[in-house]
Design a binder for this molecule. Structure first.
Ligand SMILES: [Fe+2]
Ligand SMILES: [Fe+2]
Length: 298
């Protein structure tokens, strides 16, 4: 096993110039809408359910990477952490607004968020935190690639929500390799097996916690909505997750790639997907909203 024997320099896709924080306010609170995706409770709930994780999650990711930022000899990578942190801070802000919109619509966000907050708080070891961040970044970038490859998955979405998710998908793809590059840099002295073990344990820990909390929250969400959460409801959920549109089924092969020794998050079609996503943003965001900011923030 030659876990990550490549350094991030030799296979670099992202650099600080590619990580473009866009300071955009999407106005979700003013445009709060129940069942904003095609008037479909299940598909909307599956996406709203991700937003519930995000403010706490993204603050956790920023902490994870910033902890190591000053110790890195590679200044280019340290600059990428800055771009990364600015992007995630804007995401946090917009998803806090998003979640306030859910409260306004009558969903018990506090109840859904509470165990997520606790879950992140109990991870205090910096390397474990970083390993968890790498795993979650891989999951978010997998979902982002899916949305950028198939923007029709958001057909029938209310415009403000669609813009927000497309923006988030582009930026997740832009910074998807940063956490793992930091992980590889700070674990360079460990054995190949040691790094592999630490990396995949991060995925094992987060994927199971995510599934349990997601399903728990999905039930609360649906009940807040007045739905009965019996077999018919869960059958509909499984259909959407695994069959059509099959969000989870389509993500699974790429998520599992994480378990390959020497895994690298970069894919051959990343640049193509990014160009496609950036073009979409340039064409679909009102020009006064579309203000990329400077990535190198010191
Ligand atoms: Fe994000
Ligand atoms: Fe991210």
């Amino acid at each position: 096993m030659n876990e990550a024997s490549h350094t991030h320099r030799t296979v670099h896709m992202a650099n600080a110039e590619d990580i473009i924080p866009r300071d955009i306010r999407f106005g979700i609170l003013e445009n709060a809408q129940r069942h904003w995706l095609d008037n479909d409770l299940i598909r909307t709930g599956m996406i709203d359910g991700l937003s519930i994780f995000l403010p706490e999650g993204e603050r956790f990711f920023i902490r994870s990477l910033k902890h190591f930022g000053s110790t890195l000899e590679d200044k280019e990578l340290a600059a990428e952490i800055n771009g990364y942190a600015v992007q995630e801070a804007f995401h946090t802000r917009e998803h806090e607004v998003y979640n306030r919109a859910l409260v306004k619509l009558g969903y018990d966000v506090e109840r859904m968020e509470a165990p997520i907050r606790k879950g992140f708080e109990i991870v205090t070891n910096p390397l474990h935190r970083l390993s968890n961040t790498c795993a979650i970044e891989h999951m978010t970038s997998t979902l982002s690639s899916l949305i950028l490859r198939h923007p029709e998955l958001l057909d029938g979405a209310a415009p403000a929500y669609r813009r927000l998710w497309m923006w988030h998908a582009v930026e997740e793809l832009e910074h998807k390799a940063v956490a793992l590059d930091v992980f590889n840099a700070v674990t360079a002295k460990k054995t190949g097996f040691g790094r592999y073990f630490l990396r995949v344990m991060g995925m094992n820990a987060t994927i199971f916690a995510f599934l349990i909390l997601f399903l728990r929250n999905f039930r609360i969400y649906a009940r807040n909505d007045g739905a009965k959460t019996g077999p018919r409801f869960w059958g509909g959920f499984l259909w959407a997750a695994m069959v059509r549109p099959g969000y989870w089924r389509r993500c699974l092969p790429n998520v599992l790639r994480y378990y390959l020794p020497g895994f690298d998050p970069r894919n051959s079609d990343d640049q193509e997907l990014l160009s496609k996503g950036r073009k979409w943003l340039a064409e679909n965001l009102p020009p006064d909203l579309y203000k990329p900011t400077v990535a190198r923030v010191t």
